[in-house]
Ligand binder design. Sequence first.
Ligand code: SF4
Ligand code: SF4
Length: 321
Amino acid sequence: MTSPLPTGKPDICRITDGLIVPPTHLELIAVDHCNIKCRTCNHASPLMPAWFADPDTVHHDFSLLAKHYRPAFIKVLGGEPLMHKNLVSVIQAARRSGISDHFTLVTNGVLLDKAKDDIWKSIDEIELSVYPATPNAGKIIENTIRLAKRHGKLYRIYRYDEFRATFSLQGTANTALVGQIYAACKIANLWGCHAVKDGYFYKCPQSIYIRKLTGKHCESDALPISDSHDFQARLLAFLNSPNPLTTCTHCGGTVGRHVEHVLASQEECHSHIDIPTDDIVDHELLADSLIAMTPADDCKIRVRDKRLPPWQRLAQLLKTH
Ligand code: SF4
Ligand code: SF4
């Protein structure tokens, strides 16, 4: 099913002081579902049933992992993580494992003004994702800045006017195409958006949701987190493997077509991805990416406000909706 990449791919992870150091972060999936339905959500949240991370499971998994793996920071996300009624316990459970000192909450901000002080205490940073169709986007931005400042937390705000198509329910039997999508995938080869969920370590969150969307499970796509003596070696081999996951057959990676952000019904979200993999790929970008990858996410626009006077800052921020 899978095609090996050309040899010579540089390792994405290395061992430093006895620990695997990924390029950036590890994703702590707090919930699967969301309170809005973005048609091209790259975690497929509009199509996921409600699911809540269990703090004891999180503590168990992260404690085992912390013996072998040290990300610079943890992203707490979903779906919409603020939908978890016990989010503080989930974050504290991960923090107690000692896996990282920096926790960033990634949220669409819709529920932020209801977040209790304990949530703010449990994090170091907040990352707000703003979409043109998010109801009350301007107010959410103002709230986020005000609350982050009040609680003394770092904040970053990103605007997403477009996404890149991620999922294909129909998939492809074209192993050469799959090998190329994986070779060009910045998530797998550059950014390293690793994820942990319910006892398993994933190379990318997309592989979690493709398994759920298609019902296809291949053992080699996820690594059970364990206390075995060779776990670190197996994790390193998994992360640096030149071979695509089987889930890559249903994924555009980071070379999907640009798609306008819209909110949609669950049925529309489903029919939008019920197409072959070939049709979700931006083939020009794929060809370019196989020669050289640009590190930036071209869908993610940083909303910067520090150098502008207050009235201009507000005007700039309000342009986001
Ligand atoms: S707000 Fe984020 S998690 Fe929710 S549907 Fe949109 S992209 Fe997905
Ligand atoms: S499933 Fe494959 S192509 Fe998609 S994000 Fe993961 S590694 Fe990349």
